[in-house]
Design a protein. Sequence first.
Lengths: 265, 432
Amino acid sequence: MQLQIKGTAAFAYTAAHEIDPSQRTVVFVHGAGLDHSWWGLQSRYFGYHGFNVLAVDLPAHGRSEGPALNSVGEMADWIKKVLDEKKIKTSSVVGHSMGSLVALEFAARYPESAEKIALIGIAYPMKVGEAFLDAARRNDTAAFDMETIWGHAPQVPFAGNPNPGMWMYGDTLARLGRLAPGVLHTDLVACNTYAGGMEAAAKLTCPVQFILGARDMMTPPRGAEDLIRKIEKSKSTRIEISGHSLMAEAPDAALDALIEFLRPA
Amino acid sequence: MAGLKYPGFDTLALHAGQSPDPTTGARAVPIYQTTSYVFRDTAHAASLFNMERAGHVYSRISNPTVAVFEERMAALEGGVGAIATASGQAALHLAIATLMDAGSHIVASAALYGGSHNLLGYTLKRFGIETTFVSPRNPEDFRKAIKPSTRLLFGETLGNPGLDVLDIPAVSAIAHEAGVPLLVDATFTTPWLMKPFELGADLLYHSATKFLGGHGIAIGGVIVDSGRFDWEKSGKFPQLTAPYAGFHNMDFEEESGTRAFLLRARREGLRDFGACMAPMTAFQILQGIETLHLRMPRHVESTRKIVGFLAGHSSVQSVMFPELESHPDYKLAKQLLPKGCGAVFSFDIKGGRDAGRKFIESLRVFSHLANVGDAKSLVIHPATTTHYRMSDEDLKKAGIGPGTVRLSIGLEDVDDLIQDLERSLAVASRVK
């Protein structure tokens, strides 16, 4: 679905469905350098099971025009504008990695709009190593290598992909290779400098689900512990076989956790 | 960064795409000799059919053993994924059928395997897909042949049988300027000798029957997608970027981004054309891939010795091998194929067709048959076999003369091979 957000072209995948005002909505927010298709299986499921789906391409990602947004707060505001554009009052927001910070901040800033939030592969603070930042700043492909290797569980190169015939490393590298120069760096800086996590957590009024990969090297599960403690009534699902790319590495387990969480009471 | 390293080629050749079977602990890749897969319940079945969950439904579309082969090839080539096919020709057909409709046009190297030449030059014409053949030695010829309807540039990494080296960086740049992808047949080079994606190719395929298997016991093919060609930006491929009524109005690019080509190729191409790979074949080819990194250096080493022997032999008119300074692509080969130019090459025997026939019939270790890339050494006379449907003019364009003999150097003791060649050349030289 093509959108115009503040005069700039943007895109959200809707699983080939029009927005139905009578249905609940789920917004999917991708991580650094990625795009809506990262959610391929999961967003498609909800789109075909009674939900409005908006798997967005953040500005400068996928099919959305740039420039990239500089902070998690700006991204959260942008998500609100997407909902406003489609006249959607409330939505669940599912975020992965950088997108999970966006979901967290969105729910804190717009509690009246946030029905539920699912935080996948989250850590707070989401500190990014200087070498990673520096490589991304220089648009050095070493940054792509870091995102690819740290973004998957160590066994991924030696294990079968649940999606037959696909090579996860190659897919991540190809996606990152399509980015405009500087976009990955902007995303990483946004993650690295986001300082409102605990404050946002304190403001939450909606149900929260954590979905964490036990073998995550990018945002190890221990990095979410403070947030989990802070958000008393949150639920956590730990997927033992998965690294940071839970939607690709453990698509069924990630989907099942989301189905359970987003199912209407 | 310390510790930040991709697994090496040799490790991927043995492990990519497979971990020990979780049920039995089997270390080797199990042969899942099954047509179909039991659904957990009706909801699970529906989710698999609607691509909401990953998994296998029916072995024409995907199979766990075949998937290991596919993923391993994608890993070795650096692609986003791969699709195994019934043969190399099926892989070429699948690529074209996925990207083109009647009215589309291809610009292809004239130095192609005879079967590919037939498909492009004759068979596809019947379905409204035209091909212009150009010299692979002049990339600008590709540019000149491009029309508004052109949807693909195509060549072999090493042309068959003259070993023309395709200037992939130059040809891919021309393709990308025209908004179309470059597809290469990488059969002769294998991922051990060349990584076409690193040079600019967008799609590649192999006849897995050849060096990948290496044993000459299984026919198969595989197409690999780099995932780097932006179909949406090109604007020339509604097959991937517009809703398709034949698959629930799916827009494949919107649905899957980097995986759009493979998604349509699998979900439409394997579904409708059905040229899939059997699980036993995948298993057999995987056995070959596990030693590819050991076999290829030996193939290359023996080939170099035999090329040296033939190049200095009085009964040999010429040897076509890009590692020889006399080959027109000598410099390009040094640049693109630093590890070697493979193990298939041609030479012209003095005495023409009759001498060639006598030579082939005198060989004892070399097997006279229509294949290459076997562990066993092979020989054939292209003008009367693999390329026999080509006109004299096309044969000339492809660098094939009446006395051209093609050799595929295997893994036997190289001294035995040289002795076999020497004795047979002596017999052939007596033909008047």
